[in-house]
Design a protein around this ligand. Structure first.
Ligand code: GDP
Length: 320
C-alpha cells in the first residue's frame, strides 16, 4: 500500500455477500487482514432444513479463507449436494441448494445456538476454524429478516423472493422493520466509532447495506464517526454486476445507477468510488456532497479488487 497514513488504520467495512467478499479479499491483500472488521448483513438469514443459514456471513468467511466456490460466488469449492438431494427424494422442497460441507457449517451454527451461544461468537468461532484473521461481525444477533412486498400484495422473506422465486421485477416495497427493531451486535457501534476508515462495500444497497443502516444507532454512528466513510458503487454502466439490485432499487424508487446509489448513501458517506464506465456521473455525485474517485471496479479480473481497495483507502486518507 502506497499510502502510509492508512496502512495501519483499523478499517471497518459494512458488507453483504459476494460483491463485498470479493472486495474484502482485495482489501486484505493491501492491508493486514487483522486490521479489518467486516460488519455483515444478517437480513438474509433463515432456517433451511432445520439449520440456521447466514448466507452473507458464510460467503465472507469462505471467500476470505479462499475456500469459496468462485464460480457461484457462494458455498464451498468442490462441495457435494447429497443431503439436499436425499431430502428432495423424501419429498422436501430443495430450491435452496446448501452443499454438504456448507450444511455442516450451518449445523454447527445451529448446535451452538442451541447451547446458548450468540451469532457473533459463532461467526468468530467459524472464521477462526477457517483460518480467517479478519474479524467478521454479524450485524445483529436478533432475527432481522428482510421482507419484500410485491405488486400482487404478497410479502415474502428475501430468500423466497431471491432464490425460490428468481427475483421478479415486481417489488413494491422493501420491509426492513425487523432490522429497525433489532439491536446491533455488541461491538458494532464501537467498531464504527473507533475506525480510522469506514467502507460501504459494493453490495446491494437495498437488501445488504440497507438492513445494516436500518439498525438503531448505525446511521447516527456513521454520521458521528471521526473516520471518513467511503462507499463503492455496486452498479456499473446502469446495471448490477450480478443479482437483483436493479429490481430492488426500482422497488424503493431509486435510480439504477452509481448516482442513484450515491443518493441513497449521501447522508452517511463522505466519498464514493464509481466505475470508469460511469465517469460522467462524477459531477452529479460531487454535487450531492461526496468526493469521488473513478476506477475499474469489476473484480472478476485478477488484481482489480486490490487496486480498488487502494483507491478506496487513498480517497479516505484525503478526506481525513
Ligand atoms: P449478495 O447478497 O451475495 O447478492 O451480495 P452483495 O449484496 O454483496 O452483492 C451484490 C451486489 O454486488 C450487486 O449489486 C453487484 O452488482 C455487486 N457486485 C458484485 N460483484 C461486483 C464487482 O466486481 N464490482 C462491483 N462494482 N460491484 C459488484
Amino acid at each position: 500500500m502506497s499510502n502510509a497514513a492508512s496502512e495501519h488504520a483499523p478499517v471497518v467495512a459494512l458488507a453483504g455477500g459476494v460483491g463485498a467478499a470479493r472486495f474484502l479479499r482485495g482489501l486484505t491483500e493491501v492491508i493486514a487482514p487483522e486490521e479489518v472488521t467486516a460488519i455483515v448483513n444478517t437480513g438474509d438469514d433463515r432456517e433451511f432444513y432445520g439449520v440456521w443459514v447466514s448466507p452473507d456471513v458464510d460467503i465472507v468467511t469462505y471467500t476470505l479463507a479462499d475456500r469459496v466456490d468462485s464460480e457461484r460466488g457462494y458455498g464451498l469449492r468442490g462441495d457435494s449436494f447429497q443431503v439436499v438431494e436425499a431430502l428432495g427424494a423424501l419429498g422436501h422442497e430443495t430450491w435452496f441448494r446448501l452443499g454438504d460441507r456448507d450444511f455442516a457449517t450451518c449445523q454447527h451454527r445451529s448446535l451452538r445456538l442451541r447451547e446458548g451461544l450468540g451469532l457473533a461468537a459463532i461467526a468468530d468461532e467459524l472464521r477462526r476454524a477457517f483460518g480467517v484473521t479478519t474479524r467478521i461481525l454479524p450485524m445483529s444477533e436478533s432475527p432481522c429478516p428482510t421482507r419484500v412486498a410485491l405488486h400482487d400484495g404478497s410479502v415474502v422473506h428475501f430468500e423466497d423472493y431471491m432464490v425460490r422465486d428468481g427475483a421478479p421485477d415486481t417489488v413494491e416495497r422493501v420491509d426492513l422493520s425487523a432490522a429497525e427493531a433489532a439491536t446491533p451486535s455488541k461491538g458494532v457501534l464501537e467498531a464504527i466509532e473507533n475506525a480510522d476508515t469506514l467502507i460501504l462495500c459494493p453490495s446491494n444497497p437495498v437488501v445488504s447495506i440497507g438492513p445494516i443502516l436500518a439498525l438503531p444507532g448505525v446511521r447516527a454512528a456513521l454520521s458521528a464517526a471521526r473516520a471518513p466513510v467511503v462507499a463503492i458503487s455496486p452498479i456499473v454502466a446502469g446495471a448490477p454486476v450480478k443479482g437483483p439490485a436493479d429490481r430492488l432499487l426500482r422497488g424503493v424508487g431509486a435510480e439504477v445507477s452509481a448516482r442513484g446509489v450515491a443518493t441513497l448513501y449521501r447522508d452517511v458517506a463522505d466519498g464514493f468510488v464509481l466505475d470508469q464506465h460511469d465517469a460522467e456521473q462524477s459531477k452529479d455525485i460531487e454535487a450531492l456532497g461526496l468526493a469521488t474517485r473513478v476506477t475499474d471496479t469489476l473484480m472478476k479480473k485478477p488484481g482489480i479488487a486490490a487496486s480498488l481497495a487502494r483507491h478506496v483507502l487513498e480517497l479516505a486518507a484525503g478526506l481525513r
